[in-house]
Design a protein around this ligand. Structure first.
Ligand code: 6PG
Length: 621
């Protein structure tokens, strides 16, 4: 169905040929009286059409007795379609060839021997009631593409496959289904441990009623439209390679695998290259937002081949969170493993933001505030420093178990799954000073040594914190100071990687997709979208310079007071140390160079020699 000129006959004939069923052009079934009317340029009335539509309905019924058929007919009104499919609604599939008035006029004008005045076309658009239950096809696609699309949909195969039904996989399935996508879901079978996971999951949620559930790889893959789109939501690391190995024999050329886990960016590059040799596409997509984000809209960071991205774009962008302008928090990041790289840095920034909130809470505690009071203080910072992590820390602090606060009962050793570790390694490999990330990571490592901490605590005297001379506003400003340095370092790391690997990443766009859906969404991130449009260095922006100058005195005061009172605030301290380092004209590295030259003849350059020549001194004589 579709207005005149939408290409119904061409597509209908091709489809009938492809499906090996008869083709009928509705126009060939008009009564003589209708033909005369039309040849005079007169529009048909509903009454004129009644008999004609009835005869097409009889034709369809007769054909259905044998097999099936393709009938083309404009079928513009709902009641026409009801008549056409009378008594055979369940056996009728509508395919709507959709185009704008301008597009169709343009097409008609290009055709020789075909004339349709624009008034008549306009009248067709006026009466068109778009079907809700049709397979909608964009007329701008090539006929071959249209046939493939229609066939895929007629066979009612799933558009998207989700492999691995852990917490994130399950939430993403529901998100896809809630957005109207037909999906297939797979979870492996492990005797006694993972039994009927997919089937049970499907039965739990009504939105999954049209989803297909499997624990057999071959059956799962076979229910997917080609080229297949399969998102892997399994543990990062070796598991991804095992899953690829298991899937490969069932895949066909041009199928697309999307790794939505926290995979290492170098591995993602290797996997893209390996799968290319098998003619399979691979997209590495960082996904942030935890269980709730995955369900309601995560931030998605896909990378790989740009052309491949266009084939999964609709799915990923639809299920992603939306920014303040309602744009998807999902964008094509860049080539290779750049999506997983920026997700890794996202987690590095996340580690620091978490560590800073932990340090700030410790300071407020030492100012005499109980967890509820700390929560109130953090809550009062929302205007200036709002962020998802600030918000959840506030609720965490308020949570009580009986008379006491739950935080007071949580063991003080922090876990990690490795991405902060990778960010620190990547910084070292790229020669980028991401000192806050390292500091936050190593603070978690120090926390592991609980027994040693207890043992050593006895050996050394510690200053009591009662002399802590800072206001809560000082603490807020120190916190904000360190957060700016954290974001400066994070974007610097991304920028250096982008240059080194020729990824050509768009920092502002990365900040934009981090303004919603993800763990590090914040007011500051929203501000950075604009800042990063003009520069890739946060510390040259006038607004940021003003903020740093305003916050620095408090940062100095808080850190020095903490040092004097033996309070551990590594990330806050490192923010000041790093800032002083990166803004120092003459650093102490001249002494390092001299030492290197002294014991190893490593040579040094001189500030009074512009030739950049390397010098060596015989230091002992
Ligand atoms: C996210 C998070 C998530 C991360 C966990 C655990 O963006 O949704 O970054 O991907 O894996 O928060 O990280 P750690 O166990 O290393 O703290």
């Amino acid at each position: 169905m579709g207005v005149s000129g939408s290409g119904k006959s061409t597509v209908g004939k091709l489809l009938a040929e492809d499906l090996n069923i008869p083709f009928f052009d509705g126009d060939d079934f008009h009564a003589k009286s209708n033909i005369i009317k039309m040849s005079r340029g007169q529009a048909l009335t509903d009454g004129d059409r009644f008999g004609w539509l009835q005869s097409l309905n009889s034709l369809a019924k007769k054909q259905l007795e044998k097999n099936s058929c393709i009938i083309v007919c404009s079928a513009l009104k709902k009641k026409y379609r009801e008549l056409l499919s009378k008594d055979i609604q369940n056996n009728t599939k509508w395919i709507f060839l959709q185009g704008s008035f301008e597009e169709i006029t343009d097409r008609i004008n290009k055709r020789t021997n075909h004339f349709m005045n624009s008034e008549m076309l306009k009248s067709q658009f006026d009466i068109l009631e778009e079907p809700k239950d049709a397979i909608k096809i964009d007329i701008n696609l090539k006929p071959k593409e249209i046939i493939a699309l229609v066939k895929n949909q007629l066979e009612s195969k799933s558009e998207f496959g989700l492999f691995g039904l852990g917490v994130m996989g399950k939430s993403l399935c529901r998100n896809l289904a809630n957005n109207g996508f037909k999906i297939s879901m797979f979870n492996r079978h492990v005797d006694g441990l993972e039994v009927d996971i997919a089937k049970k999951f499907k039965s739990e949620f009504p939105e999954l009623s049209s989803a297909s559930a499997f624990d057999d790889i071959s059956a799962f893959v076979n229910t997917l439209q080609q080229p297949r789109r399969i998102m892997l939501m399994v543990n990062a690391g070796k598991t991804i390679d095992y899953v690829i190995k298991d899937l490969l024999p069932h895949l066909s050329e041009n199928d697309i695998l999307i790794d939505g886990g926290n995979s290492n960016y170098k591995k993602t590059k290797e996997r893209i290259e390996y799968l290319k040799t098998k003619n399979i596409h691979f997209i590495g997509a960082g996904i942030s937002g935890g269980e709730e984000g995955a369900l309601k809209g995560p931030s998605i960071m896909p990378s790989g081949d740009k052309e491949t991205y266009t084939q999964v774009k609709d799915y990923l962008e639809t299920i992603s969170a939306k920014d303040e302008n309602n744009l998807p928090c999902c964008t094509y990041v860049g080539p290779q493993g750049s999506g997983h790289f920026i997700k890794m840095v996202h987690n590095g920034i996340e580690y620091v933001e978490m560590q800073l909130l932990a340090e700030v809470s410790t300071i407020l505690k030492n100012l005499g505030q109980n967890p509820d009071q700390i929560a109130n203080t953090l809550d009062s910072w929302k205007d200036k420093a709002s962020s998802y992590l600030l918000e959840i820390t506030t609720s965490i602090l308020r949570k009580k178990e009986g008379e006491d606060w739950l935080v007071n009962k949580i063991l003080d050793t922090a876990g990690n799954k490795g991405t902060g570790n990778w960010t620190t390694i990547a910084s070292a490999e790229l020669g980028v000073p991401s000192t806050l990330i390292a500091s936050a990571l190593f603070s978690r490592y120090i926390s592991f040594y609980k027994e040693e901490r207890i043992r050593l605590n006895i050996n050394f005297e510690r200053q009591s914190s009662s002399e802590l001379n800072v206001t809560t506003n000082n603490v807020l400003e120190a916190y904000q100071f360190a957060r700016i340095i954290n974001h400066y370092q994070g974007f610097k790391l991304i920028n250096e990687a982008s240059k080194k690997f020729s990824w050509n990443l768009n920092l502002s766009e990365i900040a934009r997709i981090w303004t919603n859906g993800c763990i590090i969404k914040s007011r500051l991130m929203q501000d950075l979208v604009e800042v990063l449009k003009d520069t890739d260095n946060l510390l040259v922006n006038a607004q940021i310079i003003a903020m740093i100058n305003h916050y620095k005195p408090s940062a100095k005061k808080v850190v020095s007071q903490c040092v004097l009172n033996d309070l551990t605030v590594p990330a806050l301290s490192e923010a000041i140390q790093f800032f002083n380092g990166i803004t120092t004209v003459y650093a102490s590295a001249n002494i390092i160079q001299a030492q290197r030259d002294y014991f190893g003849a490593h040579t040094y350059q001189r500030i009074d020699d512009n030739s950049e020549k390397f010098h060596h001194t015989d230091w002992k004589n």
